[in-house]
Design a protein around this ligand. Structure first.
Ligand SMILES: Nc1nc2c(c(=O)[nH]1)N[C@H]1C(S)=C(S)[C@@H](COP(=O)(O)OP(=O)(O)OC[C@H]3O[C@@H](n4cnc5c(=O)[nH]c(N)nc54)[C@H](O)[C@@H]3O)O[C@H]1N2
Ligand SMILES: Nc1nc2c(c(=O)[nH]1)N[C@H]1C(S)=C(S)[C@@H](COP(=O)(O)OP(=O)(O)OC[C@H]3O[C@@H](n4cnc5c(=O)[nH]c(N)nc54)[C@H](O)[C@@H]3O)O[C@H]1N2
Ligand SMILES: [Mo]
Length: 819
């Protein structure tokens, strides 16, 4: 057993292994200081909720309180390992400032009230608006952080009960492009690959994905391959020198906004060298001739120039990808939140299709998820899809859903795609949406162009309901605040980025009068009096397990088939990958192993969109192009980004994450070890740029864009010159310190703009221009940026990020496995 400071060493100790071998087990554990396993009353099964990796863990309970966590050795995802956020983040549950009672706005102030008053206000306003203005006055904005059972219930209430088309999730900001790219290429959402592909791959390419910081356990799996015999080559595409870039065989650091050019160039070179699987292309795809012709315009030399990446590096990347025997790729926000997001992500699918690298061990593409339960938001239809990957543009699918719900098909709006969030915000702005029910998300920090969002959400005519577990920048603006129970305090299931379904059981009671989101939704449905065709209650369940059983019926025969999973089967062992049914009782490791896709015109989840205009493809057009349901090779034409640098705004601004915080920090800001590791916002800039200005580490800079400004201390890092980076975690409130307003203007989204990818409608958080000026010279204190991550300092010595005694975790390898 080893004891490791897991703030100083986020990935823990190496357990090397070779290709085709089993990834060794290493059980990570952190308990409240002073406690040992002997002090624990109960271990309660769960999985992690501070990223999409789905690491299985057990919650330690003592005297009715959560006092620690331990990784589950039997779980296929993590083999016992845990992320620093999971090791320490659970402490937020016990924070003294949890929301414990409903709040209602009276004479301008939020005051405490009881559940009956709060829920009557919420249901009452809904009914009034339904009568006065109809269902289009009602909008729902949910999350990627509730449980499957909760999304399915919400989707039924919204789509089947109220009949509004205005329902989306913060998954729009997160994984909308993953879904769009999968639909565009394979006709349906659902990750083809599996994490076990890491065990087999000889080349792993990460596109705009800082896996080391955002899925640290998955990155440990890659690090362990890199430390073992016959390691894979790693390709990293990221303008920052992330830990992934540092470990990579080839690091391509493109100019932001040029991803599509880069992948087009790689594809051009792969085709030019004839490194394609002609048989696979012929049997399993449509569109190859078109793609080949289109790619003629993208020689690698052009990509090198537009992306400003050395030609030799691009050649080497193309060679590695082109000669890989087992190629695995992952794609995330560097692509999804950028200009031409869907078109670029689709080209990564194209690489796999032309090389025939799909459905075999080591040959997976993961269009990654970010949030722990984002996959379920999409599956359940709480985010701009219909439940069970049904196609809103296919009447037979809508009828089938109406059958499951026992309602008239006409009650389910399907005159167009469900409204995407950015459009919903516009409808709130222009007054057509008058009621917005926000749950499990903090839009007053996480949406682009915050001054606009604050104005929209503070309007008098809007009735804003916010369901959260803490007071946030968004609850402050609400008319009613509903206090929710969270992870560890309620039971439910959720599905990670490689389709692994986990059960998370209730370990402790929620604080005060807080209630599980599921209970609140069911209560809301009953107060609205929602009924089915026979006059029975529309929502026919009240417990999570009943909701899960109902969901299984909705998925029968669908790609995300859950019919073979029960709560009992999820107990005790590992999570299970869908589809899981009579044909595949143990679950399914890889999709499309037989080259058969969910793309036939009558089966597909979507007919796709034009990736430049976003216009939906007509069913007849789809049928003509892909009558037999093969995978679709679709080219993407590179267009320059909308905003480009000028004398006034000479820098490109990018935003994103650091290892130690989760989003708007409502949880990680309340875990002392994590908060100390990254206590305050910073801005990253290259040494060359800093030298040109004569600026040093720790200088206080003002970053200004046409939308607003933020002040932050400078970290000189190995980021691409001409690009600056801000973490987006720091909102208005300084969370741990009793909600004192923190530094004004420190949220990255004060600076970002209102623009989105035409196909996926995902906002472009990683684009835009900025100018910087120095407000105050440093006084010898460095910026608060961690040293262990992409913000590693360059050319200056600053104290290394360490956790100290309260950040120690134990690591228990299998006998003989730790080296
Ligand atoms: N520690 C931590 N982990 C998390 C989360 C968290 O908040 N904190 N959140 C979870 C969620 S919801 C998500 S969505 C994921 C996100 O996980 P990631 O996508 O890995 O995280 P980001 O930091 O948003 O962006 C990844 C990288 O994109 C790069 N990038 C910026 N612009 C460009 C560009 O134009 N081209 C390319 N190729 N790259 C670019 C950035 O430099 C950054 O390193 O993380 C999940 N895991
Ligand atoms: N500039 C910039 N902006 C970004 C991004 C970026 O990279 N750059 N990334 C985007 C991405 S990928 C994402 S996913 C979003 C994330 O943005 P948000 O969703 O706004 O971020 P969170 O802080 O995770 O908000 C979740 C909220 O749910 C609450 N909560 C937690 N558990 C529960 C529960 O069980 N029930 C309920 N009802 N509430 C709960 C938390 O307290 C918190 O307030 O940000 C997006 N915004
Ligand atoms: Mo996300």
């Amino acid at each position: 057993m080893g004891i490791v400071d897991r703030i100083a060493e986020p990935w823990g100790t190496r357990t090397p292994y070779g290709p085709g071998q089993r990834w060794p087990t290493r059980v990570d554990r952190h308990l409240e200081p002073g406690l040992t396993e002997a002090d624990i009353d109960r271990w309660v099964q769960s999985a992690s909720v501070l990223h999409s990796n789905g690491d299985g863990l057990d919650i330690a309970v003592r005297d009715g309180r959560i006092v620690g966590v331990r990784g589950r050795a039997v779980d296929r995802v993590n083999h016992g390992r845990l992320d620093p956020k999971d090791l320490f983040g659970w402490q937020a549950n016990g924070s003294s400032d949890r929301l414990t009672t409903p709040l209602i706005r009276r004479d301008g102030e939020l005051v405490e009230t009881d559940w009956d008053t709060a829920m009557n206000a919420v249901a009452g306003r809904t009914k009034e608006l339904l009568e006065e203005r109809g269902p289009s006055a009602i909008g729902f904005y949910t999350t990627g952080q509730l449980f499957l059972e909760e999304y399915y219930t919400l989707a039924l209430i919204g789509h089947g009960g109220i009949g509004t088309n205005h329902m989306d999730g913060n998954t729009r900001l997160c994984t909308a492009t993953a879904a769009a790219a999968l639909k565009q290429s394979f006709g349906c959402d659902g990750q083809p690959g599996s994490y076990t592909d890491i065990d087999h791959a000889d080349v792993i390419a990460l596109y705009g994905h800082n896996m080391a910081e955002t899925q640290t356990v998955l990155w440990s799996r890659i690090l362990d391959r890199l430390a073992g015999p016959n390691p894979p080559a790693v390709i990293c595409v990221d303008p920052r020198r992330t830990p992934v870039a540092r470990a990579a065989t080839v690091h391509l650091a493109p100019r932001p906004g040029t991803n599509l050019m880069l992948v087009n160039g790689l594809l051009h070179e792969i085709l030019r060298q004839g490194r394609v699987d002609e048989r696979y292309i012929e049997e399993n795809t449509v569109g190859f001739d078109d793609l080949r012709q289109h790619l003629e315009e993208y020689p690698l030399e052009r990509a090198a120039e537009v992306c400003d990446v050395p030609l030799a590096d691009l050649r080497e990347a193309a060679r590695l990808i082109g000669t890989a025997q087992r190629l695995m790729s992952t794609v995330l926000q560097g692509f999804y939140q950028s200009h031409q997001a869907t078109a670029a992500a689709v080209q990564v699918n194209n690489i796999h299709l032309v090389r025939g690298m799909l459905g075999r061990p080591g040959c997976g593409v993961l269009q990654m998820n970010g949030q722990p339960t984002a996959q379920n938001t999409r599956e359940c239809g709480a985010d701009g899809d219909l439940p069970g990957f049904r196609n809103w543009a296919n009447d037979a699918h809508v009828e089938d859903l109406a059958r499951v719900w026992n309602i008239d098909p006409m009650r389910i709006p399907h005159y167009s795609a469900p409204t995407h969030l950015m459009q919903m915000m516009r409808y709130v702005e222009d007054g057509s949406i008058r009621f917005l029910y926000v749950n499990g998300t903090n839009p007053a920090v996480s949406l682009p162009e915050l001054h606009r969002i604050r104005e929209i959400l503070s309007q008098d005519r809007l009735f804003l309901v916010v369901q959260d577990i803490f007071p946030t920048e968004t609850t402050r603006l609400a008319d009613v605040v509903l206090p929710a129970a969270t992870w560890g305090e309620k039971t439910g299931t959720f599905t990670n980025a490689d389709r692994t379904v986990h059960l998370s059981e209730k370990a402790v009671e929620p604080p005060g009068r807080a209630r599980p989101d599921l209970d609140i939704f069911v209560d809301y449905a009953h107060r609205l009096g929602l009924r089915d065709k026979d006059g029975d209650p529309l929502v026919k369940w009240s417990t999570p397990e009943e909701a899960f059983e109902a969901w299984k019926k909705c998925t029968a025969g669908r790609p995300c088939d859950y019919t073979g999973i029960t709560y009992d089967r999820l107990r005790g062992g590992s999570g299970i990958q869908w589809p899981c049914n009579a044909d595949a009782p143990g679950g399914t490791e890889r999709l499309y192993t037989d080259g058969r896709f969910w793309a036939a015109p009558d089966r597909c989840e979507a007919y796709g969109r034009d990736m430049v205009t976003g216009a939906p493809v007509e069913p007849t057009e789809y049928r003509a192009r892909n009558p037999h349901g093969k995978a679709m090779l679709e080219p993407g034409e590179y267009l320059p980004p909308h905003e480009t640098v000028s004398d006034e705004y000479p820098y490109l601004l990018s935003t994103g994450r650091t290892l130690y915080h989760f989003h708007t920090r409502t949880k990680t800001g309340r875990a002392p070890q994590l908060q100390r590791a990254a206590p305050e916002v910073w801005v990253e800039m290259s040494g060359a740029d800093a030298d040109r200005h004569g600026w040093s580490e720790g200088d206080l800079l003002r970053i200004t864009t046409p939308r607003g400004s933020v002040t932050a201390r400078l970290r000189i890092s190995a980021i691409r010159s001409g690009v600056v980076f801000l973490p987006f975690h720091y909102g208005y409130w300084d969370t741990p310190a009793g909600h004192e307003p923190a530094l004004e203007g420190r949220a990255a989204n004060e600076l970002t703009f209102t623009d989105w990818d035409p196909a996926s409608k995902q906002p472009l958080f990683k684009s835009g221009v900025a100018r910087l000026e120095r407000v105050e010279a440093e006084d010898g204190t460095p910026s608060a940026a961690p040293t262990t991550t992409a913000s590693e300092p360059v050319g200056v010595t600053v104290p290394a990020t360490r956790g100290g005694p309260d950040a120690e975790a134990t690591e228990t390898p299998d006998e003989g496995e730790l080296r």
